[in-house]
Design a protein. Structure first.
Length: 255
């Protein structure tokens, strides 16, 4: 049964999508069957793996409102062992529609559970909010991966995120665990960065990944070519970092 990892942090621009795309691709490249679920209306994960949303008819929007089974919306990407459930701009309005539905917090769960047996890993790229879509992701996830940007306000908002996690655990998904906290956009030249790293480690004892993602231009360039970093620039620092992260995740899944 595939392990389901939600990549979430309600702050925008912290590296959720970059991590969802590149970790998925790295796991796929290591021979693990991986499904990337893009539930952010911005759809950057979809374009990041080379899928043009304007060309897809069935998306996570149709899946969540119950019009299409996830099996039919799934796309095989051109990358090894990597499939995608694409996003749609319509997901922006879906929050309101989902609120009206029965069992509204298990809609994503019911949609993707039928696919679970086909994969080793399922990664969910969450939108930058703690709304119903992120709640759905936390309800189906085995674990939560929290990217944190190494910047001054790094810890801001994390208590709200952890409150959501506690609430979901209490009400719907007792098993939900923290996969890890990932420091992103690390720039060792800045003193501030070191300070932030120490603070984050204090806030999440033993939960911070040993792998740290460096700030590199190549990671920000790869999406415009629709290629994960390991297929865009295999010997770049960013590719090594996400490869190392994949090894950590694999080790945790099968210690
Ligand atoms: P989120 O999904 O949390 O909003 P993104 O992954 O989209 O964040 O990252 C925000 C921006 O920062 C994007 O333009 C992305 O290309 C860039 N970015 C993310 N990680 C890195 C990194 N390690 N180095 C350089 N740029 C990065
Ligand atoms: Mg994103």
């Amino acid at each position: 049964m595939g392990k389901i990892i939600a990549v979430a942090n309600q702050k925008g621009g912290v590296g959720k999508t970059t991590t969802a795309v590149n970790l998925s691709a790295a796991l796929g490249a290591k021979g693990k069957k991986t499904l990337l679920v893009d539930v952010d209306p911005q759809g950057n994960s979809s374009s990041g793996v080379g899928v043009d949303r304007r060309r897809v008819k069935q998306t996570m929007y149709e899946v969540l409102i119950g019009e299409t089974p996830a099996q039919e919306a799934r796309i095989h990407t051109e990358f090894a062992n990597l499939d995608l459930l694409p996003s749609s701009m319509d997901l922006a309005g879906a929050e309101l529609e989902l609120i009206e539905m029965e069992h509204r917090e298990s809609i994503l769960k019911n949609a993707i559970v039928p696919l679970r047996a086909e994969y080793d890993f399922i990664l969910i790229d969450c939108p930058p909010s703690l709304g119903i879509i992120t709640t759905n992701a936390l309800c189906v996830a085995d674990t939560l991966l929290v990217p944190i940007q190494c910047e001054y306000y790094a810890l801001e908002g994390l208590s709200q995120l952890m409150n959501s996690v506690r609430r979901v655990k209490r009400q719907y998904n007792e098993q939900l665990d923290i996969e890890g906290v990932l420091l992103t956009m690390y720039d060792g030249r800045l003193n501030l960065t070191q300070q932030v790293v120490e603070e984050v480690k204090k806030y999440f004892p033993r939960k911070v990944f040993a792998t740290v993602i460096p700030r590199t231009v190549r990671l920000s360039e790869a999406p415009s070519f629709g290629r994960p970093i390991c297929y865009f620039d295999r010997s770049s620092k960013g590719a090594y970092a996400y490869d190392a992260l994949a090894d950590e995740v694999l080790k945790k899944a099968a210690p």
